[in-house]
Write a protein that binds this ligand. Structure first.
Ligand code: ZN
Length: 287
């Protein structure tokens, strides 16, 4: 297992950790400020959200690399199934997914994260929705291959199954990978969503190094007050972070550890400098 006590080269910031993903939160730092603050602290990489990039993806990617970091990924594809899919149906979903892939390519991000979306309107249970999801991901694989962007299916905690993600276990994510059978498609492992899963270690072994495309850090607060916007800083909750990383690395993963904390009433209320300092401290000591 890698020793991070004095090595930040594998540490990445998901910019949502500074509150940038919802209007009205965060300190309003520009993307450039975020890049510079991460670089100053020795972060190895950074992950952006589509809304931050506008028409600046190429120059933002260049600024990250010039500062000595890597663009680790792009958050995220549009919802592909379920009630939160934008109007326009399957065709519009497909087109928007391709545009997200294009944006990742412009940024030179190697991975685009896919949050599935929930249960298809008019259907019950998750099986049918998972099948539609698999078809829609598969349809984007040729374009993703051309763009050299890998697609990372991120299972979310089951509490989101209805609206945000019918994909709730690593098992089902890997079943979709098997079905699509492309080296372009893999999974993202997020502590927040999988910490409770007693089958996780076996499924990580099944995934192997080639399919684990990302590892996301935060913590699950035992007394969480909001399932979307009350994620914990690493060490403040009940996830066994050391075990989880051990399993991910035992499976062959040696990539970035991306801190991704949505915390409307705590961390997003603090100065970004304080949040970044805490990220570094906790990464060194408890992850
Ligand atoms: Zn995540």
């Amino acid at each position: 297992m890698r020793d991070f006590s004095n090595d930040l080269s594998s540490l990445a910031l998901n910019t949502a950790t500074l509150g940038h993903n919802l209007d009205g939160y965060g300190a309003g730092w520009s993307t450039e400020q975020v890049i510079d603050a991460c670089a100053e602290r020795g972060f190895g990489g950074i992950v952006f959200w589509r809304r931050e990039l506008a028409n600046n993806a190429i120059s933002i990617g260049e600024r990250v690399r010039a500062s000595g970091m890597q663009v680790v990924g792009l958050c995220r594809a549009p919802f592909l199934v379920g009630p939160l899919v934008d109007a326009g149906g399957a065709r519009a979903v497909h087109d928007e997914l391709l545009r997200a892939i294009d944006l990742a390519a412009a940024l030179q991000a190697p991975v685009l994260t896919i949050v599935a979306g929930g249960v298809e309107p008019g259907s019950k249970g998750i099986v049918e929705s998972l099948s539609v999801l698999a078809d829609r991901v598969a349809a984007a694989v040729p374009h993703a291959t051309d763009c050299k962007v890998k697609l990372a299916l991120e299972p979310l905690h089951p509490v989101y199954a209805g609206d945000r993600s019918c994909l709730v276990t690593l098992r089902d994510a890997l079943d979709i990978c098997d079905r699509i059978d492309s080296t372009q498609v893999g999974v993202a492992i997020d502590v927040y969503h999988v910490w409770w899963d007693t089958t996780l270690q076996a499924q990580l072994e099944r995934a192997g190094s080639s399919r684990i495309l990302g590892y996301h850090l935060c913590d699950w607060l035992a007394n969480t007050s909001d399932i979307l916007l009350d994620r914990g800083m690493m060490g403040d909750g009940v996830a066994h972070l050391v075990n989880l990383r051990q399993w991910v690395e035992d499976a062959g993963y040696s990539g970035f550890c991306e801190i991704e904390i949505f915390s409307a009433n705590n961390w997003w209320q603090r100065s970004p400098n304080e949040v970044l300092d805490q990220c570094v401290e906790r990464f060194k000591s408890v992850c």
